[in-house]
Design a binder for this molecule. Structure first.
Ligand SMILES: [Zn+2]
Length: 571
């Protein structure tokens, strides 16, 4: 039994996320966590809301709420939606937790001791119209690197170059649109990432099994131009973790908070403390401290490609720079973007399907299946309603759902609602078992490698094999000449339903639970040996014909939804 620490990128607090966000981190992380648990491994799966920073302040102001209240409410909203999608977090924490406050202050103090923090009096952009310093993300302008005209003050979304607001050409406030900006002096703390460059390069170079998508982004940031730059870790804001040196005050930094990029990833660790403090676990250090048992932990992070620089460089700079025995990430699984019906998802224009809306129109398994089987791994992928309808109707309804329906109904009509006895398996059954064995081993390999689409393809092929067997064996014909043989065939097929429930559960947990209930079993043991697994339900074991496992999406529904989620078009 191995030990797996799994984290998903932390969703930001200021609103409900769309399906592209879901498939870019939380959902594949859940798939992996569920699979590892199903194989008997010990798993700690953590996620949390990322709650600090100006966007939270602004969203709260817009909602007319105190920012702490707003974050508490939105955390509960996001937690409920996560439950709706059956995201099996061991704990869904909050970056605003007292645990994260203390740990963030600890890391800052420790990094200062290690000589990796310097105080900088810098000029920051102050907006006269807004009456405040503007955080980087609230200044936009033209990128000096590529000429993109909506580059943010911290990073250009077009060329991914890390920027300072003062680099921008023709900058303006995104709060008020005002160009009446001036530079004012203010003191901030900087993390000396440049001093960590060789350490980080050696660490990245040691990750020979990481995908090129991940290492190329890290290497670009490490080496492009002047290389990795020192970065400010504090801000002139009210909402956030107060700047302290461990438990002590930090002279000159009164009234300032840590910048959200510094405290958010530390929440991965603090979340494990929250998990213990919530009474769900009893030892977080054996997951996070290599001197206290975390040496044998495999730590995997899931995230969208835009989050890779923070997880390959910034957070490791904190972890490695502390020279304390923290567990560092072993593998980063990153994703490209999911586009929506010929364009991008857009929160501001209401374009695309958001997580709460998705659950209002169909159960989570429909979405989980489509999203995972079309995960944007090697390149961006696109959601279209035609493809969604086709995939649900074919894979889920025609292949898996139909198999279950035919087998259980046929058995009920000819043998009653229990596993029939008698007969023996023949060559057709042996061929099926051989095919299932080959495919299951391939599925296991893909799942262990986090090859999400390949896993889905293999699982679909496993479902198809059952249907093809049913066509070939045709127990309804066999029954007329040789009822004993038909009994053996249908006994195998009924066992195959349990088999499907077990191996499909990481993808479609609700349907799997429904099938397990229909088969009157809670034996979720993984089919290490397929032939043995297909004898689990013995003769005379009762079952119930389940209600429709998956329904089809009609053309009318597809058109209605397509219209409903199109959003306001750009003129
Ligand atoms: Zn650019």
């Amino acid at each position: 039994m191995a030990r797996h620490l799994i984290t998903s990128a932390l969703p930001y607090i200021n609103g409900i996320k769309h399906l592209g966000n879901l498939v870019g981190s939380q959902l594949p992380a859940d798939l992996f966590a569920r699979y590892m648990r199903a194989r008997g491994h010990e798993v700690l799966f953590l996620c949390a809301t990322d709650e600090h920073g100006t966007p939270a302040e602004l969203a709260a102001a817009k909602a007319g709420k105190d920012v702490a209240d707003y974050c508490a409410e939105m955390h509960d909203v996001q937690a409920k939606i996560a439950e709706g999608f059956r995201l099996s977090f061991d704990h869904y924490g909050r970056s605003s937790s007292p645990q994260n406050h203390a740990l963030t202050q600890h890391f800052a103090g420790r990094l200062a001791e290690m000589g990796l923090i310097r105080e900088v009096t810098e000029k920051m952009v102050y907006s006269n119209a807004d009456g405040r310093f503007l955080p980087d993300r609230y200044i936009e302008g033209t990128c000096p690197n590529c000429g993109f005209d909506s580059a943010r003050g911290d990073q250009c979304d077009n060329c991914t170059k890390q920027l300072d607001p003062t680099d921008l050409i023709n900058p303006y406030s995104t709060i008020s649109g005002s160009t009446d900006l001036e530079e004012r002096e203010t003191k901030h703390l900087f993390l000396c990432q440049s001093q960590m460059r060789d350490t980080l390069q050696a660490w990245i170079d040691s990750k020979t099994d990481w995908p090129v998508l991940t290492t190329s982004i890290a290497n670009k940031w490490l080496n492009d131009g002047d290389g990795l730059q020192d970065r400010g870790i504090t801000r002139d804001l009210d909402w956030g973790v107060p700047v302290k040196k461990g438990g002590a005050d930090w002279p000159g930094m009164e009234g300032k908070v840590f910048y959200v990029w510094f405290d958010a990833p530390i929440e991965y660790i603090a979340c494990a403390q929250e998990w213990v403090d919530a009474g769900k676990g009893n030892d977080w250090e054996r997951w996070w401290r290599t001197d206290k048992g975390a040496d044998d932990v495999t730590y995997t992070q899931f995230m969208g490609k835009d989050n890779v620089p923070f997880h390959t460089l910034s957070f490791p700079a904190t972890i490695l720079g502390s020279e304390e025995p923290w567990k560092a990430v072993d593998y980063i699984k990153s994703f490209n973007y999911l586009n929506y019906d010929g364009g991008q998802f857009s929160t501001s224009r209401g374009r695309g399907v958001f997580m709460d809306q998705a659950l209002e129109i169909l159960p989570s398994d429909y979405w989980r299946w489509w999203l995972l089987s079309h995960a944007p791994e090697s390149s961006d992928s696109e959601f279209t309603w035609e493809n969604f309808q086709q995939s649900v109707n074919k894979d889920l309804a025609d292949v898996l759902g139909n198999f279950v329906s035919r087998v259980t109904k046929f058995c009920r009509s000819k043998f009653g609602e229990e596993i029939p006895a008698g007969g023996a398996l023949g060559e057709t059954e042996t061929a099926l078992i051989n095919e299932l064995t080959t495919r299951l081993r391939a599925y296991e390999d893909h799942m262990a490698d986090m090859e999400v689409r390949k896993s889905a393809q293999e699982l679909r092929a496993i479902w198809v094999a059952g249907n093809e067997y049913l066509q070939t064996a045709a127990p309804w014909s066999t029954f007329k000449e040789d009822p004993e043989k038909a009994a053996a065939q249908i006994r195998l097929a009924l066992n195959l339903i349990r088999f499907y429930a077990v191996v499909s559960a990481p993808f479609i947990p609700d349907a799997s639970a429904q099938l397990m209930a229909a088969m009157h079993t809670d034996d979720t043991s993984w089919p290490e040996d397929v032939a043995t697994a297909l004898e689990t339900l013995a003769p005379d074991h009762a079952f119930t014909v389940p209600d429709v496992t998956f329904r089809k999406i009609s053309d009318d529904e597809r058109e209605e939804w397509q219209e409903k989620f199109a959003g306001k078009r750009e003129s």
